[in-house]
Design a protein around this ligand. Structure first.
Ligand SMILES: [Zn+2]
Length: 191
């Protein structure tokens, strides 16, 4: 039963419940912490959310996250080493960066329908890309996506590889430990 005159509390619980992997119990616990036990934390989080949602956008070149039109990696000429890593989600960039295994450029390719080949081709030509590395977790849909992209880019002289086996099927890169991801990168296989 909902207690009267606690509408704002329930509204907060309802919002928190919409977050990935947060159930009703966790949402209630979090709401209690944020607006009763630690109001300063609550207000700081509110401020951070407001700032981040207004400042963070997708980089116009790679689709990664940035507060500027172009992200730091796209601006960094030292990272034009001829390698382009294609990932399925902007957050995968931070995951791969944390492994320190890759020093090239990135391009986010979320789904078959959303592939922007014009941006992808400019990225490849502008950065003199020679090797395209797909960093997807293995799945039939991703295999199809890789084939499709490879086919569409066949006019450019590129070599294609994908991160090695050992990456479990159907899960995001965020579920893989750094060492396994590093190894998968180093042991990438030509396709
Ligand atoms: Zn970028």
């Amino acid at each position: 039963m909902k207690i009267k005159n606690l509408q704002s509390f329930y509204a907060l619980v309802q919002s928190l419940e919409k977050l990935p992997s947060i159930g009703k119990k966790s949402a209630e616990k979090m709401a209690y912490t944020l607006c009763v036990e630690n109001k300063i934390l609550g207000l700081n989080i509110a401020k951070s959310i407001q700032e981040a949602t207004s400042k963070i956008k997708k980089c116009s070149k790679c689709g990664g996250l940035s507060e500027e039109e172009e992200c730091q990696i796209c601006q960094d000429e030292e990272r034009a080493n001829g390698e382009l890593c294609i990932i399925a989600h902007p957050r995968d960039i931070a995951i791969i960066e944390n492994t320190g295994s890759f020093r090239g450029k990135y391009f986010v390719l979320e789904s078959l329908e959303s592939v922007d080949f014009e941006s992808l081709t400019s990225m490849i030509l502008d950065n003199k890309i020679k090797e395209v590395i797909f960093s997807f977790s293995p799945s039939l849909a991703n295999d199809a996506l890789m084939l499709f992209v490879e086919d569409r880019l066949s006019a450019l002289s590129l070599s294609f590889s994908k991160i090695a086996q050992g990456i479990p099927t159907g899960i995001g890169l965020d579920h893989i430990d750094q060492l396994s991801l590093s190894r998968a990168f180093e042991g990438r296989i030509k396709i």
